[in-house]
Ligand binder design. Sequence first.
Ligand SMILES: *Cc1c(COP(=O)(O)O)cnc(C)c1O
Length: 391
Amino acid sequence: MSFEAIKNDEQQYMMHAYGRFPVALVSGKGAVAKDVDGKEYVDFTSGIGVNCLGYCDEGWTKAVSTQAATLQHISNLYYSPLQTDVAKKLCTLSAMEKAFLCNSGAEANECAIKIARKYSFDKYGGGRQKIVTLVNSFHGRTVTTLAATGQDVFHNYFFPFTEGFTHAQANDTDDLKAHITEDVCAVFIELVQGEGGVMPLEPEFVKAIASLCQEKDILLMVDEVQTGISRTGDFFCYQGYGLQPDVVTAAKGLGGGLPIGACLCGEKTKDVFVPGSHGTTFGGNPIACAAAKEVLSRVAAPEFLQEVKAKGEYIREKLQSIGNVKEIRGKGMMIGIVTEKDNAKEMAGKCLENGLLILTAKNLLRLLPPLTITYEEIDRGLQILKNTMEA
Ligand SMILES: *Cc1c(COP(=O)(O)O)cnc(C)c1O
């Protein structure tokens, strides 16, 4: 099938919810994808931070295909040793207490929001259900997670949104304090705002949030959907900030390419849900759990995390000598590049033509390479980026 034929079918049969790059990808290995015409692309996107082990990693493929041939789905009416393995591993690695497994980032965040409201209702009764999120945040595309998202561009068309969210300025402790009113039950933050333009929060601001929350029994909830699963060089980004949240959400990298999300609870929140409080048909699916189990057995090892940090440093270092690079932001292998010419979108399109998949966020170029990318693949990708940026 030709690219043109695929594109025509897409136009005819799919809702136009996405602006797509003009390429149809059909296979991949490591950090290299192939399109329908056999052209290769170095992948600095890993499917927006999903394919943390790259394409068709041997261990991952074996875990997934073996499970597919063993038991593809049960329901949450029965126990599953794969679910308990994943939950146990997540709790051990995060110092959290209990997990709820779901299918996506937005769902993990919906779960966190429900936990915050029920925690507060159980303890204080009604009238204390407001959640503070940050301006420029991104928490998902469902009606409630859009309400949580602190970007006005997302607040069109779909009225009415879920009530009870208010947005404070990032890195502004006074503004945060002004938002902490008597009716607030939780503060919900990304430690590095991803879609908002790869903006890390300042450690002092995060400390201030943590102590305010502690003081007033307000839940500290961290959206690690993009930053989690070793992306920033710690298993969870909050571990690098020296934080212990009450609720943590994860998704993107967790399944290494299959849809799975998790909401993790600490001591305060672990028993908020009781049978009937929440549920999902697909959440904790055995194949997705087999994938997550493989991912978790690999990416949290100290040597692996050290490698993520080292590769992040290496990329940053090399980027500094590339023309049109003005500023480099982020943490570990979550990297944003402000361009001199303010032409990130155009550069991303040109990179594709030249054989490099790269993301944008706001007006930045954004890199989320597979965590297992080799130095050779990094060099190959950066060479394409350099040629494109300096052309
Ligand atoms: C991607 C993302 C989400 C939404 O995840 P989906 O799986 O697309 O629902 C939520 N929060 C953050 C920080 C994200 O990066």
